[in-house]
Design a protein around this ligand. Sequence first.
Ligand SMILES: Cc1cc2nc3c(=O)[nH]c(=O)nc-3n(C[C@H](O)[C@H](O)[C@H](O)COP(=O)(O)OP(=O)(O)OC[C@H]3O[C@@H](n4cnc5c(N)ncnc54)[C@H](O)[C@@H]3O)c2cc1C
Length: 372
Amino acid sequence: MPIPDVVVVGGGVIGAASARALAIRGLSVSLIEPGPLRGAATDASAGLLAPLAEATEDDPMLSLKVRGRDHYADLVPSLEEETGIDLGYWTEGILNLAFTEDKAAELRHAVAWQRQLGFAAEWLVPEEVHDVASGTANDVLGASMVVEDGAIDPAALRAALLSSATFAGIRIRARERVTHLEIQDGHVQAVRTNKAPKRGIRCGAVVIAAGCWSGRISGLPRPLPVEPVRGQMIAVPWPTGEPRAVIYGAGAYTLHRAGEALVGATVERVGFSTGTTKSGADGLLRSVRTVFPSLTDATPTRKWAGLRPMTTDGQPLIGKDPEIPNLVYATGHGRAGIMMGSLTGDIVRDLVLQEELEYDLTPANPQRFWDS
Ligand SMILES: Cc1cc2nc3c(=O)[nH]c(=O)nc-3n(C[C@H](O)[C@H](O)[C@H](O)COP(=O)(O)OP(=O)(O)OC[C@H]3O[C@@H](n4cnc5c(N)ncnc54)[C@H](O)[C@@H]3O)c2cc1C
């Protein structure tokens, strides 16, 4: 069997995008993926491309997240054409509703600083909110509209990236799990798996993209500060006659996808537990009923949960190990892994090929956890 140039560990959005970007540049890539495992984040995700709707003014990742969102504008048409998969790409903006004076002040402030930075954000008065989303509650005090934020169907995106990567020649080692990295002479020489436990798979470089399980691979040269953070979601029927929209409000977000209102998401530190809870679903249901009073009698048609890979400072780990140059980390994307997925694939490619980076990766540099 030929020695693969690169082994990608994990087939979520980050591993899939990385494998595709590397294969398109002619590298031989093996992607190793056991499941996806129960709780894998990508397919559980809402898929909001919302760097501004979720932004804080001091977020050091803001410009990378905006670039991540904008990366999809070029990718989506070509990926849909190549694979025939509808990516459910939404580019008509995101509303954020205010039901209290405090929230209205916070959102007005966000509109002001975002406009100052040159982003397209607007404050809508209640009549304007109802022009866009006619079924939203009458007691709304106004809303911000972030014109360029959007959404994408994450499961479709992952499937399309894997399909395209396969056309580009990657080998998917399905139902296989990386157990150990063999490091000698300052380089990863091979990865061992449950199916290749002794000799392992020799490789020229390894990309760690195993989501919240990234730190569980033995032989890593240092501990990875990535932990699971559970997010629960529910689906209810989309309100009859209501135009499609993506709306934050009353402590949750609601987006239209395929006739359903997807409502998310809880943020819970409960280890690797992937179950849903009554209190989690009830909270989301309360929020969506506040936003759309016509859903007062609606009950969830589906409930699910996924595990976000979250670092201790909330920013991702994208970069090379400080001492093992052929070991690349691409994990810990927390709440922004879909938004950052495609861009991260290109960054990983540039890191592996040692090309000059177009981006300032400082806020994502893994080294920040190991300086001292
Ligand atoms: C409810 C919810 C809502 C979200 N909403 C959004 C959103 O709106 N917008 C946004 O940008 N992000 C959102 N996120 C976050 C986003 O989903 C994640 O950041 C992203 O999917 C992480 O992708 P990943 O590839 O790193 O991890 P995952 O998708 O978890 O993939 C990791 C993969 O690694 C595999 N794996 C594990 N161990 C091994 C091993 N030893 N060997 C090989 N493979 C292994 C797993 O099976 C899995 O398939 C949400 C997440 C959740 C849970």
